[in-house]
Write a protein that binds this ligand. Structure first.
Ligand code: IMP
Ligand code: MG
Length: 172
């Protein structure tokens, strides 16, 4: 895999994650938060983010798949791993790496709402609004980007590049 250009530096990520953490802390004052990390892409972002959130946090993981080994969405969402615990009555924050077509998260939102959480919000590290196929707006977003395929900070291209501390565009 060759990289074309770094679009978000390690320093910028750190700064933005701190801002998001502060915003979430303010919004959830006096409440406990149940964070759902969408594997695998959001693992890096979630682990940094929860350390910037100053209300009590519980975490759990879900794994969904809408992609095969390509950069095109299939529109088919499969659940590969479900939560360990029930979420009824809890304040849920779904943490995702990137919202692209929105198909994955709109499926997930419906699936989670059936379980009757007290509230449900979405926090995504990146957003590509120009690619949206369904009406879905994240409640918190690290950065909106153009329609590039990017890797780093948890995001992958065929499972490569997740460990990079910055976000870079993949060379076509
Ligand atoms: P959606 O259902 O089209 O919104 O798909 C979102 C998922 O596609 C994300 O959770 C990522 O796993 C993957 N994805 C979309 N764009 C990118 C990208 O630029 N780099 C890496 N993964 C991406
Ligand atoms: Mg993902």
């Amino acid at each position: 895999m060759e990289l074309a250009q770094i679009i978000i530096t390690e320093e910028e990520i750190k700064q933005r994650v701190a801002e998001l953490g502060a915003q979430i802390t303010a919004d959830y004052q006096g409440r406990d938060l149940f964070v759902i990390c969408i594997l695998k892409g959001a693992a890096v972002f979630m682990s940094d983010l929860i350390r910037q959130i100053k209300v009590p946090v519980e975490i759990d993981f879900m794994s969904l798949s809408s992609y095969g080994a390509s950069t095109k969405t299939s529109g088919v969402v499969r659940m590969l791993r479900d939560l360990d615990r029930e979420i009824a009555g809890k304040h849920i924050l779904v943490v995702e790496d990137i919202v692209d077509t929105g198909l994955t998260l709109s499926y997930l939102k419906e699936n989670l709402m059936v379980r009757k959480p007290a509230s449900l919000k979405i926090c995504t590290f990146l957003d590509k609004p120009s690619r949206r196929q369904v009406d879905l707006k994240p409640d918190y977003c690290g950065r909106e980007i153009e329609d590039y395929f990017v890797v780093g900070y948890g995001l992958d291209f065929n499972e490569k590049g997740r460990e990079l501390p910055y976000v870079a565009i993949v060379k076509e």
